[in-house]
Design a protein around this ligand. Structure first.
Ligand code: F1P
Length: 610
């Protein structure tokens, strides 16, 4: 969602801010803006729409400065208008950008209005700008005013603030939303995401909850929630520039779909190198924790939730442990039954999803002591709040619709399953060797599935004209049907629903007619014959079937039945393989419909609000 970048340097920082905002575009936004300050003025430019439009306006207005902040906004409080776009300015003195939501903004707005402040926007953010200004008016400097103001706020924020009165520093604060300091040579930065400043520096300090920071050209100071100066570790980010750039591809989604063999190979590398599934994959003390857990509670949102649904089949069948999977936004508001012997597993590609983070905190408050995070972004909030961690190694994922993050989550969850199975005496050494072999084959099998692209592209031409689609799967492949429907609706805007095939006659069959394409995930497993009967039910009502099968499924195409076969049968890892064709179907359908594949309307990459 929203993104922040700030810089102080001896050079013009406007190109740094604009480039940073362009690198943050993938997070999802609907307006953007930058502000620069010098002792004479605070200047800003804001636009709705793309960063390129704002950049164009900045060039036109001859916008330059050595100290500035920038923002991409995804509207929450107040519509998509220039007046609501950040930065917000108070009294021509200070400019501020904000990620997150201030919960007590109405109360603060009333108070500040009574003090004579006039509001120009409908945002919760403008409150913070005036609040800091109010503290500065009583003689406090910018940093102290920020530290005082945040103590009057409830809610979530990452903030970057500059003031005309103090043109030699930039200040920031973090609570509930990520913010980091970038350390350059004679220049320093603030950003919500390392990708925003990666061309300038890789050396970063991740601010912790309640921290404030002062950033000058010559150095940085960090303060904790009690305003005591603290030392925070400097990290060297390994985000690669190549993963942030498109290269020869037309879209990031296309690039990321094709990166999956490598992403999966990187994620399983440690297991392959070790020649076995070791608990240390999840942390130094993981063995002790994983050995004593009696079950697994998975919490996640969106695509990550579907990864969790797949894992339930594995964990119960292979590790022999009970497994519940729940959407984080539901769990966090439910009087859930908590068994402290259950391991809480959160899954999140971004590591920032607010509902997942809150569900994790809630699980802990209910007595869950053992938590494990599967995440693609090192040092993000959710893994930092978890006892055990497994980082997927998909590399930066820019397309809003998750692809390589999903299949690497599946790879990580499979590893967790086998480790649990070993520790609980359910997986023998022979079985472990078999699973290892299947994992070793996985990147190659994914590559074979990618080679089906031309056939899937031909199907996509037909899908492009449809208004609705049904996806069916059973067992392990039901979550993949869900993921296929989600991908299609997210990026092509075709209404798509997924059902376990056995549910067809309990409702959705009523929707089936000649205009309804029905996608079936039908590999050769013990439910295949059942799926075939479900397909007959569709054909009998004139529905057109698009079947993803594997070599052993023994299907032939016929009138109204189209079949694409993945080249191998992949046993228990078959859901990973069958994800590829549904991703490609969504991608090519969206392409044929001319939608914005990487930045689908209304959606964001990191959902940092409820
Ligand atoms: C969950 C999620 C993604 C989706 C999109 C919005 O995020 O629903 O699955 O692709 O990016 O958020 P996360 O918790 O996995 O980061």
């Amino acid at each position: 969602m929203c993104g922040i970048v700030g810089a102080i340097a001896d050079r013009d920082v406007v190109p740094v801010l604009v480039e940073g905002l362009k690198r943050l575009e993938y997070r999802g936004y609907d307006s953007s803006g930058i502000a620069v300050v010098d002792p004479d003025s605070v200047r800003r430019v804001r636009r709705t729409g793309r960063v390129a439009e704002m950049e164009h306006a900045a060039v036109h207005e001859d916008f330059h400065g050595v100290l500035g902040i920038g923002h991409t906004r995804w509207a929450t409080h107040g519509g998509v208008t220039e007046a609501n776009a950040h930065p917000h300015i108070s009294h021509g003195e200070l400019a501020l950008v904000h990620n997150g939501i201030i919960e007590n903004h109405e109360e603060q707005r009333a108070r500040l209005t009574s003090l004579g402040y006039v509001f120009e926007s409908q945002t919760d953010t403008e409150v913070i700008a005036h609040l800091i200004h109010h503290h500065m008016s009583s003689g406090q400097d910018l940093l102290v005013a920020l530290q005082a103001a945040v103590k009057e706020l409830t809610g979530a924020y990452a903030l970057a603030v500059v003031s005309r009165r103090e043109p030699d520093r930039l200040v920031g604060a973090r609570m509930g939303c990520p913010l980091l300091v970038g350390l350059g040579e004679g220049e320093n930065f603030l950003a919500s995401d390392v990708s925003a400043i990666i061309s300038a520096t890789r050396r970063v300090i991740f601010l912790e909850e309640g921290d404030t920071a002062e950033i000058r050209r010559e150095g940085v100071r960090v303060f904790d929630g009690r305003d005591q100066q603290v030392q925070r570790e400097v990290h060297v980010s390994d985000v690669s520039l190549a993963s942030l750039e498109l290269g020869p591809y037309r879209h990031f989604m296309q690039k990321e779909v094709h990166e999956q063999p490598r992403a999966i190979a990187d994620t399983v590398e440690a297991v392959i190198d070790a020649g076995g599934f070791e608990p240390t994959l999840f942390g130094a003390n993981a063995e002790e924790v994983l050995r004593k857990v009696k079950g697994v509670q998975i919490l996640a949102c969106g695509t990550s939730y579907y990864a969790g649904l797949t894992a339930r089949y594995w964990i119960e069948a292979i590790a022999g442990l009970p497994c519940n999977v729940e959407i984080a936004s539901e769990y966090r508001y439910r009087d859930a039954y908590a068994d402290p012997d259950y391991l809480v597993v959160t899954i999140s590609q971004s590591g920032e999803t607010l509902d997942t983070m809150e569900a994790l905190k809630y699980a802990r408050s209910l007595g869950h002591a053992h938590t494990l995070s599967i995440c693609n972004v090192p040092e993000s909030a959710i893994p930092r709040a978890s006892e055990l961690v497994c980082y997927t190694r998909a590399g930066a994922e820019i397309g809003v619709a998750s692809t390589k993050a999903f299949t690497t989550q599946l790879a990580a969850l499979f590893q967790l399953t086998v480790v649990l199975g070993k520790l609980h005496g359910r997986v023998t050494p022979e079985q472990e060797a078999g699973y290892l072999e299947q994992l070793r084959m996985l990147p190659g099998s994914v590559q074979h599935a990618l080679n089906l692209e031309p056939q899937i592209q031909a199907w996509a031409e037909r899908f492009a004209a449809k208004q609705n689609a049904l996806f069916l799967g059973r067992g392990l492949h039901y979550p993949i049907a869900l993921e296929g429907a989600l991908k299609l609706k997210e990026i092509s805007y075709i209404h798509a629903e997924a059902y376990p095939a056995g549910e067809l006659k309990h409702g959705p069959l009523a929707l089936v007619d000649a205009a309804m394409p029905v996608v079936v995930i039908a590999p050769n497993d013990r439910l295949l014959e059942k799926v075939k009967s479900n397909m007959q039910e569709v054909r009998a009502r004139g529905g057109e079937l698009f079947v993803f099968a594997d070599q052993d499924s023994n299907f032939t195409a016929s009138e109204g039945v189209h079949v694409i076969r993945t080249p191998r049968h992949s046993g228990v890892l078959s859901p990973v393989i069958h994800t590829i064709p549904v991703q490609l179907l969504a991608y090519h359908t969206a392409l044929a419909r001319g939608t914005d594949v990487d930045k689908p309307r209304n959606l964001a990459k990191s959902v940092t609000v409820e």
